[in-house]
Design a protein around this ligand. Structure first.
Ligand code: GDP
Length: 435
């Protein structure tokens, strides 16, 4: 009867796509609750590689329903393109995908607004993917956004659209941007999109709550990671939505009383994409080695990811704001070659050790990480799927993380494939997924 939230414990790209795909077989529905088509999960099934940007990865399992919740922002063109790609690979998307009528819509002019504000002088460059996601959320919070339900209401849509378009035109004029957007053409295009997505649109909060009442199990899939959460992340180097566990309720309309467990996904090290403070970052050659070993390049953008050592204070912080019951540690195999593995065990700020997370990015930049090195295991763990079969030093490493973060390591991943995973027997995670 468990409904579980699975989300990133770091800055995203923790391998959530793989684990959600893996565990989704225990669930009836997989729901996304925030973000847009920048989430970029990569899932390997046998020889086939699937890159999912907007559609929950549960769609890859037959018989599982996938829900795009109200907290997500939807670019209909991106949605239709992703559906086509999956359908060509033989995945019956249309039968199993449900899109919230309350989700907000991204328009091409949102991309323009994003580029415009990023290019302005004195702005902190956040390094977004420029897919219009942030500006769509701005319109949502500014109460001028257009939702999927509006898109399906032909007359209402024209009124809302024309007003929003006029706003953007004025904005472009104010900032002296050469505005080449054909607003009427976009409106026509979106009217056509509306007809194509209409059969999948419904009140997904109702669908989820009814399903839960019938005893069905829901897996809530976070996109991005906690440190990119608009409130709890390294603001302003964050995404524009609530990636932390609380967002699963607001972003789907399922009440907190229906959530039975929260699982954090973390790499055995840490990465981040784009700019922003990164206390345990590995600079130079050593960082490059991890990047290569872990293939740390963005699934959607191809951008190289910055790599760092496992950061205990950061994980304790994300465990606290999310209330993790258990951790899944991915990519253990990426550390196989190392003689020793440093772990950031505390932050030193102004000469004092602290486990606290500074609220400002300048505060974060002032952190001097304190490292403790653990012995490496210097042997391949790739594909090991039994905890006791791991080299002793690898188990010691995992148990060190468990002890320092005060959260159990319930599952370990040793490769991109579904089978390259182990669940520890007797763990909370085993109970949550099994029950
Ligand atoms: P997500 O957005 O959190 O799902 O993360 P990404 O999909 O961007 O990045 C995870 C990448 O790591 C994908 O290419 C996965 O196939 C791969 N991956 C996941 N788990 C493991 C693992 O345990 N070992 C290795 N070597 N690769 C993994």
């Amino acid at each position: 009867m468990s409904n579980i939230i699975v989300l990133g414990a770091q800055w995203g790209d923790e391998g959530k796509g793989k684990v959600v795909d893996l565990f989704s077989s225990h669930f009836d529905i997989v729901a996304r609750y925030q973000g847009g088509h920048n989430a970029g999960h990569t899932v390997y099934i046998g020889e086939k590689k699937y890159v999912l940007k907007l559609i929950p990865s549960g769609i890859l399992r037959s018989g599982i329903q996938a829900v795009i919740g109200n907290g997500v922002v939807v670019d209909p063109a991106a949605l239709l393109e992703e559906m086509n790609t999956l359908e060509q690979a033989g995945i019956p998307v249309r039968e199993n995908l449900f899109v919230s009528s309350r989700a907000h819509v991204i328009f091409p002019f949102h991309r323009l607004v994003e580029k415009m504000s990023e290019a302005r002088e004195n702005r902190i460059p956040i390094g977004t993917t420029s897919r219009g996601i942030g500006p769509a959320y701005e319109d949502k919070i500014g109460r001028r956004g257009i939702r999927i339900a509006d898109l399906l209401d032909a007359e209402g849509f024209r009124l809302l659209y024309d007003t929003l378009a006029e706003d953007k035109r004025m904005l472009a004029a104010t900032f002296n941007i050469a505005d080449t957007i054909d607003y009427a053409d976009i409106r026509d295009q979106y009217e056509q999109f509306a007809a194509r997505i209409a059969p999948m649109v419904c009140d997904t909060a109702r669908l989820l709550n009814d399903a839960i009442l019938q005893g069905k199990r829901v897996l809530f899939e976070g996109a991005q990671g906690t440190m990119l959460d608009i409130d709890h992340g390294t603001y302003p180097f964050v995404t524009s939505s609530s990636a932390a566990a609380g967002g699963a309720c607001t972003g789907t309309g399922v009440p907190p009383t229906r959530i039975d467990g929260i699982i954090g996904v973390s790499k055995a090290y840490i990465t981040r994409v784009g700019s922003g403070p990164f206390p345990s970052e590995i600079m130079g050659e050593a960082g490059e080695r991890i990047r290569k070993a872990g293939n740390e390049y963005g699934a959607v953008t191809g951008r190289p990811r910055r790599c760092g050592w496992f950061d205990v204070p950061l994980l304790r912080y994300t465990a606290s704001v999310n209330g993790f019951d258990s951790l899944i540690i991915t990519k253990l195999d990426v550390l196989d070659e190392l003689d020793e593995i440093p772990v950031c065990i505390s932050y030193r700020i102004d000469g004092k050790d602290t486990g606290d997370m500074p609220a400002t990015f300048r505060g974060m930049q002032a952190i001097k990480p304190v490292f403790q090195s653990l012995p490496g295991w210097k042997t391949s763990t790739r594909g090991i799927s039994n905890y006791d079969a791991l080299p002793a030093a690898a188990r010691r490493y995992l148990e060190f993380l468990e002890q320092r973060t005060s959260v159990e390591v319930g599952c370990v991943s040793t490769g991109p494939e579904r089978t390259e995973t182990m669940v520890r027997s007797g763990s909370k995670l085993e109970k949550l997924f099994g029950s």
